[in-house]
Design a protein around this ligand. Structure first.
Ligand code: HPA
Ligand code: MG
Length: 225
């Protein structure tokens, strides 16, 4: 198994999950019974997400400790990662001699229908971000797919002249057409497959699943719009 999930040197691009990684059988984990038959495999179990998030929190503390930051949580897919990342940064702020005073702000982006990225990217809750001027901003995203949404969001946020912008993405997909810059903090680099769980959805379903899983073809049909 060790050769399937390999670590990038330095870890800056996150834990790399190769294209031929078959995932873990669902039988090895517990998950909600209402999703029986809707999933193919577990790609990243919940516990591994938490462990990796703890390390990202430490990296963020090392880079930004003693700076005030505004955390910009990108809803809806980023809510769980953001909540857990903020929790881990808070824990470090209590247990070490450095702290990161944080404010948390939420914006909502929507660009996917079924498993396809659409051209129109809607940014809600981001109309007036003038309070970001001169601030250190940490954008927290659940997944970066084509990179189009992140690009649009960065352009939008940059217009409000923050002092610094860092991006934390739990998952980055290996998508050939991805032209966006890599986030500064990456949890996992994953194959170009549609994944759900840990707040990532397929037409609003599967957010209530702890692990990151690949959706099955029958799952796609069942929840298709
Ligand atoms: N799953 C859920 N949302 C997404 C994905 C995905 O694989 N890619 C981009 N948004
Ligand atoms: Mg979605």
């Amino acid at each position: 198994m060790a050769d399937i999930v390999r670590q990038t040197t330095g870890g800056s691009g996150g834990i790399v999950i190769d294209d031929d990684w078959p995932g873990y059988s669902l039988e090895l984990f517990s998950y909600p019974a209402h999703y029986a038959g809707d999933l193919e495999c577990v790609v990243v179990p919940h516990g591994v997400i938490m462990d990796r998030t703890e390390r990202l929190a430490r990296d963020i503390m090392d880079d930004l400790g003693d700076h005030d930051i505004v955390v910009l949580c990108v809803l809806k897919g980023g809510y769980q990662f953001c909540a857990d990342l903020v929790d881990k940064i808070k824990a470090l702020s209590c247990s070490s001699d450095r702290t990161i005073p944080m404010r948390v702000h939420f914006i909502r982006l929507k660009s996917y229908l079924n498993d396809q990225s659409t051209e129109d990217i809607h940014i809600l809750g981001a109309e007036d971000l003038s309070f970001l001027q001169g601030k250190n901003v940490l954008i927290v995203e659940g997944i970066i797919g084509t990179g189009k949404t992140l690009k649009a969001l960065l352009k939008h946020v940059e217009a409000f002249k923050p002092k610094m912008i860092k991006v934390a993405g739990l998952l980055v997909k290996r998508v050939p057409q991805n032209t966006a810059r890599l986030p500064h903090y990456v949890g996992f680099e994953i194959p170009n497959r549609f994944v759900v769980g840990y707040a990532l959805d397929y037409n609003e379903y599967f957010r209530d699943l702890n692990h990151i899983c690949v959706i099955s073809e029958s799952g796609k049909l069942k929840y298709k719009m």
